[in-house]
Write a protein that binds this ligand. Structure first.
Ligand SMILES: [Zn+2]
Length: 282
């Protein structure tokens, strides 16, 4: 990619090296323990009670750094995010709407989100509850080594896919999905989930189309993203982990489907061509 002329986004929360420590007592607990001591109770019992009242209090050592990080990887992520902001702001504007920018959270190991605890093993994810994209940068290493999908555009595609989920939050698609949860069968829910994922792939392609128009792509970039889409399709992942393919439990779509929808967005650059919900064949 050619991101030299791209501004960095400031919507970055850098939680790398901070960690999440659960089980801290908190000020309330200490106060209870001190009062118990003066009243003649056993402070250990009081501490246990206090722990039950306020369990798992987060005691982060430091506040996360905000703004574009200075290191190379952090810079890359901020620029890709900046590029998606420019593209989607324009697209929303053209249809008379306002694009609300999401925040990207960089972390290692595990992270607390409005959607619960995130772990590196889950891969990158988007939480509609706090409108943040969570990414452990070790996934980019996995992409290169474990999934054999190297290249900076492959990494950018992963970010653009999560941004695609944010677009779905803004357009109300996420709400539809959430209201279906529990009302429909698990396999029906999974089918809807596949449509969500393929639409996010198509939206990533829409961004790729405009990034190309902004001269941010180089020869071979599109192939890198297609290669990544192939590598992280559910059929490929399941074959690697179970040795067979179980379509009912697909939640991201097959490699072929992911490639097809990414390509569609990339070709036209129009979000309306990403309607994976009313199409008969995915
Ligand atoms: Zn997704």
């Amino acid at each position: 990619m050619q991101l030299g002329g791209q501004r960095s986004s400031g919507n970055v929360e850098d939680r790398r090296g901070i960690g999440v420590i659960g089980g801290g007592l908190g000020v309330g607990g200490i106060v209870i323990a001190v009062i118990a001591y003066f009243l003649g109770f056993d402070p250990t019992t009081a501490t246990q009670v206090a722990e039950q009242i306020a369990p798992q209090r987060e005691t982060s050592q430091q506040a996360p750094k905000t703004g574009a990080p200075a290191d190379e990887m952090g810079q890359f992520v901020s620029k890709v995010l900046g590029s998606t902001e420019d593209v989607w702001t324009k697209i929303f504007q053209d249809s008379g709407q306002r694009y609300r920018e999401p925040t990207i959270v960089l972390y290692d190991g595990q992270v607390r989100s409005a959607c619960g605890m995130g772990q590196a093993a889950m891969g990158p994810f988007y939480c509609p509850g706090d409108e943040k994209l969570y990414i452990d940068l070790s996934f980019f290493r996995d992409l290169q080594t474990r999934f054999r999908a190297p290249g900076d555009f492959a990494q950018a595609y992963v970010i653009a896919h999560e941004v695609g989920h944010h677009v779905q939050k803004l357009t109300g698609t996420f709400q539809k999905m959430e209201s279906a949860r529990g009302r429909v069968s698990q396999s029906e829910y999974n089918r809807t989930s596949v449509r969500m994922e393929l639409q996010a792939d198509c939206y990533a392609g829409v961004w790729g189309h405009h990034a190309g128009a902004m001269k941010q792509l180089e020869a071979g970039d599109a192939e890198e993203a297609l290669n990544a889409a192939t590598a992280i399709g559910d059929d490929r992942l399941q074959k690697q982990s179970q040795g067979r393919v179980v379509p009912e439990s697909f939640t991201h779509g097959s490699s072929e489907q992911r490639v097809r929808w990414f390509k569609r967005g990339m070709e036209t650059g129009r979000p309306k061509d990403c309607d994976t919900f009313s199409t008969g064949s995915l």
